[in-house]
Design a protein around this ligand. Structure first.
Ligand code: PLP
Length: 436
């Protein structure tokens, strides 16, 4: 695989762009961060002329793949009228209304630009609503990079877990983060109902919110244990604590109504981003009137110059139209292809005596090399062979498959049988070359 041009461009970027890449995570790609020339459907092309089937999907947003015709058309139409006004416009009402119709937890919504901002807003709402300060979050979950919640990078494609985080104490995840920023964060292991019950019971007077990914997508795509989210819902309700589902990954990916619809558990607030506008910057918080009305009452400020702009809201409407079409045909397709890939990889692991686990809750899944029988807890996730997977991802590039180096795969609505077949062939080639 040729990477000369990408390497030249990275050298040039390093002269002007701090770190060479636009988000620290992207530097982890081996053999070198790649420069995109374009994308179409499930495929992406780099500046050296390589073509890949794309399972990185821009870290999740490209649920309709690259350059989807409907998304292009709607964005183009919106742009003709103006990108953003700082005035109100019809598109923001239409999208807000649609979200309240499809998300069980949504009486009202607010818009923002990134998942990080949506989480910041949700925490602010929770504190204002309860008059309390502390926030419970969990090991292995990622809720964006704001000082208020960032404990450490979530997985080994970036850095190792910060030492304190692994030991149970929330410590800043990066240089420059305010040393006091996590004083109000209580970091707990996830999927442990007893620890949760004990903490919430003992500290209920202090705790404003529990924030959780409903499926631990950022560390192993680990599903909640039977009854765990139900217990979380029951306890938070009992103690007047705001339950926030961070659905920045699961929102619109596990179904139009996200993970909370799938599990039949309604959080008080939900954050969403990534897939919502199919690759255009847009995020949102949705929740029940009692909490969301704090904004209308002027008790909580919600700000942002580009919030709810015409382009992003038009993009989101196109995504929701496409995902909702033909009774959710897109979801059936994504589930089928993701299932085919996960099953195919598991069989190839058996065939080639490669020890590993694939956790596949839906059209996002995590592939890991490990001697363990299962990865159902963050500790088990920590014991996977991350370096071996990094090497696998690098070898897959040679086979024309673009993967995130940490093991997380995203499948879009335009990945089909042909892509799945080519991908499994590539996995087989890599396993056959490295039989250990
Ligand atoms: N929440 C979750 C669950 C995420 O996975 C992410 C990003 O990966 C975020 C929040 C932050 O979103 P963004 O990168 O758009 O700021």
């Amino acid at each position: 695989m040729k990477t000369d041009r990408s390497r030249q461009m990275l050298a040039e970027a390093n002269q002007y762009l701090a770190g060479g890449v636009a988000s620290s995570l992207r530097a982890a790609m081996k053999p070198t961060p790649l420069y995109a020339a374009g994308g179409k459907g499930a495929r992406v092309y780099d500046v050296d002329g390589n073509e890949y089937i794309d399972y990185l999907l821009a870290y999740g947003p490209l649920i309709l793949g690259h350059s989807h015709p409907l998304l292009n058309e709607k964005v183009y139409q919106a742009m003709q009228k103006g990108y953003t006004f700082g005035l109100q416009h019809e598109g923001e009402i239409a999208l807000a209304k649609r979200l309240t119709e499809i998300l069980p937890c949504a009486d009202k919504v607010v818009f923002s630009g990134s998942g990080t901002e949506a989480v910041m807003m949700a925490l602010r709402l929770a504190r204002a609503y309860t008059g309390r300060q502390k926030v419970v979050r969990f090991h292995g979950h990622y809720h964006g990079w704001s000082d208020a919640i960032f404990t450490s990078f979530p997985s080994a494609d970036m850095k190792s877990q910060a030492a304190g985080s692994a030991a149970g104490e929330a410590v800043p995840g990066t240089g420059g983060q305010s040393v006091n920023s996590l004083e109000d964060v209580i970091l707990l292991p996830w999927n442990e109902p007893d620890v949760l019950e004990r903490t919430l019971t003992e500290r209920r007077e202090e705790i404003a919110a529990v924030i959780t990914e409903p499926i631990m997508c950022n560390s192993g795509c680990i599903s909640p244990r039977e009854g765990y989210l139900e217990a979380m819902r029951k306890l938070t309700e009992q103690y007047g604590i705001v339950l926030i589902f961070d659905e920045v990954i699961t929102g619109f990916r596990l179904g139009l109504g996200g993970a909370h619809e799938r599990f039949g558990i309604t959080p008080d607030l939900m954050t969403m981003g990534k897939a919502l506008a199919g690759g255009i910057a847009l995020s949102a918080v949705a929740g029940k009137n009692e909490i969301m009305n704090l904004v209308a009452e002027g008790r909580v400020d919600h700000l942002g110059t580009l919030n709810g702009n015409t382009v992003s809201t038009a993009a989101a409407m196109a995504v929701l139209d496409e995902l909702g079409r033909d009774n959710g045909a897109a979801y059936r397709q994504m589930e089928r292809i993701a299932g085919q890939l996960a099953e195919g990889i598991r069989s190839l692991m058996k065939k080639y005596n490669v020890n590993g686990v694939v956790n596949q809750p839906g059209p996002v899944f995590h592939m890991m090399f490990t001697d363990q029988q299962e990865v159902a807890h963050f500790d088990q996730f920590g014991r996977r062979d991350a370096a071996k997977y990094g090497l696998f991802a690098e070898l897959m590039l040679d086979e024309g498959i673009l993967l995130r180096p940490n093991g997380l795969w995203y499948v879009s609505a335009v990945h089909g049988d042909k892509e799945a077949e080519e991908t499994l062939k590539a996995v087989e080639n890599v396993f056959a070359k490295r039989p250990e």
